[in-house]
Design a protein around this ligand. Structure first.
Ligand code: SAM
Length: 363
């Protein structure tokens, strides 16, 4: 079995120049992809136990999450974020684990919101959350300078959602969080839904209707083989075409062209003009060719692919007294040799690789 593009072991494409990728100055990797986005995991802990990400039987009471001293401090995160922005990053996404379980998160947000690009612009600052603590935190986060938010929600049905979050967390509390985010002005609000065969296909259409009526940007995510704890099987993936087909049959859709190079979601709008939705189809429509993302784990390792087997430690040099320039040189040296394109090479062989868990490296 092989899905996605056939294996590619040929010569690399010629080295791109700094502005080839999207017209902006930047640092090209071996396929000419510039570093534009940094996902920052602020914790490896989460209060949910979604079976597709952090299954309860693996991540039980005895599981050893990172001790506090191994987690980057807010000052370290801010310093690294500034270095990445100097290198061409324009978008910072806070994630985890569940980022809202990290104490005093608004303090970090306000320091990140103050960062400016070399051109003097503010960075695009956003956060992905399961929404469970959003009712209380939406206003403080917005006041601290968070611009918008993405909330994960896999069903509007309590039984289905309870099974998918692994802790019977009720839908209503996530909806309260989304309402609070809207009141706080964290818009446009995006909603992420992972679709898993046999679990929540029946939730697709109700979610699409709800998001459309509520003016939310819904993105369906194909279930991915991240990490190795979730027992991923290709049969569990509901392909984007099938998801779109279900919705199109009830509410006709048409494709929308990407807003910028590197946009992850394939975008579609309702033909009647009432909103749009997206599909993130890493399995059936790999988008490695335009991937501009790096990930910083809670313990300060740099990963250049969601499906990575290893990262590069940045915390060690930072704590050993490296200068900003030395850390920037390390990041540059990692990015310049980056040749990751896991989703394009996905096969039975890649499935067995000892990949790092998604909650650890920042989803
Ligand atoms: N806790 C936050 C949340 O729930 O959004 C942030 C971290 S979570 C790892 C980020 C996103 O990754 C969520 O939307 C989650 O549903 C998605 N995700 C986790 N495991 C996945 C998998 N195996 N396939 C596809 N998406 C996954």
């Amino acid at each position: 079995m092989r899905i996605g593009h056939p294996g590619y072991d040929g010569p690399m494409e010629p080295r791109a120049t700094a502005t080839d990728f999207d017209g902006r100055p930047g640092m090209p990797d071996r396929f000419g992809r510039a570093l534009r986005d940094l996902r920052i995991s602020v914790t490896d802990r989460c209060n949910f136990r979604c079976p597709y990400c952090m299954p309860a039987e693996v991540f039980g009471r005895d599981f050893a999450f990172l001790p506090r001293e191994l987690v980057l401090s807010f000052e370290e995160i801010e310093r690294l974020a500034r270095i990445f922005v100097e290198l061409g990053v324009g978008k910072l996404r806070i994630t985890g684990g569940e980022p809202l379980v990290r104490r005093d998160l608004p303090v970090l947000i306000s320091s990140l919101a103050a960062i400016r690009t070399p051109e003097g612009d503010a960075v695009d600052l956003t956060l992905t959350t399961n929404g469970s603590a959003l009712r209380a935190l939406a206003a403080p986060l917005a006041e601290a300078g968070l611009q918008r938010i993405t909330v994960s929600l896999d069903s509007l049905d309590d039984d289905v959602f309870g099974a998918m979050n692994g802790v019977d967390f009720p839908v209503s509390r996530v909806l309260d969080g989304i309402a609070a985010a809207r009141t706080a002005g964290l818009t446009p609000i995006k909603v992420n839904t992972v679709v898993r065969r046999g679990m929540n296909e029946a939730s697709v259409l109700p979610l699409a209707r709800w998001a459309r009526d509520a003016g939310l940007v819904l993105r369906f995510i194909e279930y991915m083989d991240v990490g190795h704890s979730n027992g991923w099987r290709l049969d569990d993936v509901v392909p984007a075409d099938e998801i779109l087909g279900m919705i199109d049959a009830a509410m006709p859709l048409e494709p929308v062209s990407a807003q910028y190079r590197g946009e992850v979601a394939g975008r579609y709008r309702y033909r009647d003009g009432n909103g749009e939705l997206g599909v993130i189809a890493s399995v059936t429509r790999p988008f490695c060719g335009d991937c501009t993302r790096a990930r910083l784990s809670a313990e300060g390792s740099l990963y250049t692919c969601l499906f990575a087997v290893a990262g590069t430690d940045l915390k060690g040099p930072l704590r050993a007294g490296a200068s900003d320039g030395e850390v920037a040189d390390l990041v540059r040296s990692v990015w310049e040799i980056r040749a990751d394109r896991y989703s394009e090479l996905r096969s039975e062989a890649t499935e067995r690789l000892p990949k790092v868990e998604m909650f650890a490296l920042g989803g």
